[in-house]
Design a protein around this ligand. Structure first.
Ligand code: HPA
Length: 289
């Protein structure tokens, strides 16, 4: 037996303990997870046979401090598919470490999740997008200055150097594009740049992000995707363009605007989520165990 540094053993142990706690509250054993970003939490209110667990009851879970992030885990069914939905997430800008931000994703991994649908609110850099548009994330640029995998690697989660070439599953993106088209919902594909926040970007930062190939900017998701891929979880990322990024329109950015747009398009967003869940669940069922 090789010995592990205690901090490594404890992340796995703590995630397993939280997963067991969650499993003790419900009979459902979902393989698909949903992370609902700012203003998008309403989807979880619709799940049937739902068990709701506030984050503060789950051992080791961080608590969300942002308006629009209600902070509970909902295990229930959508379109007959068992799901676990995170109604709200935590961010680096709240003062949590990268490891704390991804702890819920570790717990989802220990729950046996094989596919994760991550949603967020984002500012549009790409001028083809408009406020309220939905964007299937093709790739990300992590500009948060750190990585949640820094530190000793626990092989029980995954390899030391995970491949990020196909971080966002092409097959899932195609499902999202196809279903959006079928529903008459406008959708784009784009690259998401993750910044720390909490200040919105300056117009000069947005011009810089444009030159490096970003279509969208936000303050979440990238860490969760890194950790999901570390554990072999397949990912679909969908952004809701809540505002044009700084300097694109001559108007200040506010969190209220982010929330208002999220609210305005949540019907479409929820329709798209409802439509992508069954084919993603079918994909997961076909994976070798
Ligand atoms: N910048 C960063 N994060 C965001 C934005 C933005 O313009 N809109 C929503 N989240």
């Amino acid at each position: 037996m090789t010995s592990r540094p205690p901090s490594v053993a404890s992340e796995f142990f703590r995630a397993t303990r939280a997963a067991k706690f969650i499993q003790s509250k419900t009979k459902l054993r979902p393989s698909v997870a949903l992370v609902l970003g700012s203003g998008l939490g309403a989807f979880a209110d619709e799940l049937s046979s739902a068990t709701r667990i506030p984050y503060h009851k789950i051992p080791g879970f961080p608590r969300s401090t942002v308006a629009g992030h209600s902070g509970q885990l909902v295990i229930g069914k959508a379109a007959g598919v068992p799901l676990v939905a995170m109604q709200g997430r935590v961010h680096l800008y709240e003062g949590y470490s990268a490891k704390e931000v991804v702890f819920p994703m570790r717990v989802l991994g220990r729950l046996g999740i094989r596919a994760a649908i991550l949603t967020n609110a984002a500012g549009a850099i790409n001028l083809d997008y408009s406020q309220g548009a939905l964007v299937a994330i093709r790739d990300h640029i992590n500009l948060q200055g750190t990585n949640p995998l820094i530190g000793p690697n626990d092989e029980r989660f995954g390899v030391r150097f995970p491949d990020m070439s196909h971080a966002y599953a092409k097959a899932y993106r195609e499902i999202a594009l196809r279903e959006a088209k079928r529903l008459g919902i406008q959708i784009h594909e784009g690259v998401y740049a993750a910044l720390c926040g909490p200040s919105f970007e300056t117009p000069a930062e947005i011009r810089y992000l444009k030159t490096i190939g970003a279509d969208l900017v936000g303050m979440s998701t990238a860490f969760e995707v890194i950790v999901a891929r570390h554990m072999g979880i397949r990912v679909l990322g969908i952004s809701c363009v809540t505002n044009m990024a700084a300097g694109i329109l001559d108007q200040p950015l506010t969190h209220a605007e982010v929330m208002e747009t999220g609210d305005r398009v949540k019907g479409q967003f929820m329709a798209l989520l409802r439509a992508v869940i069954p084919p993603i669940a079918a994909d997961v069922q076909a994976l070798p165990s």
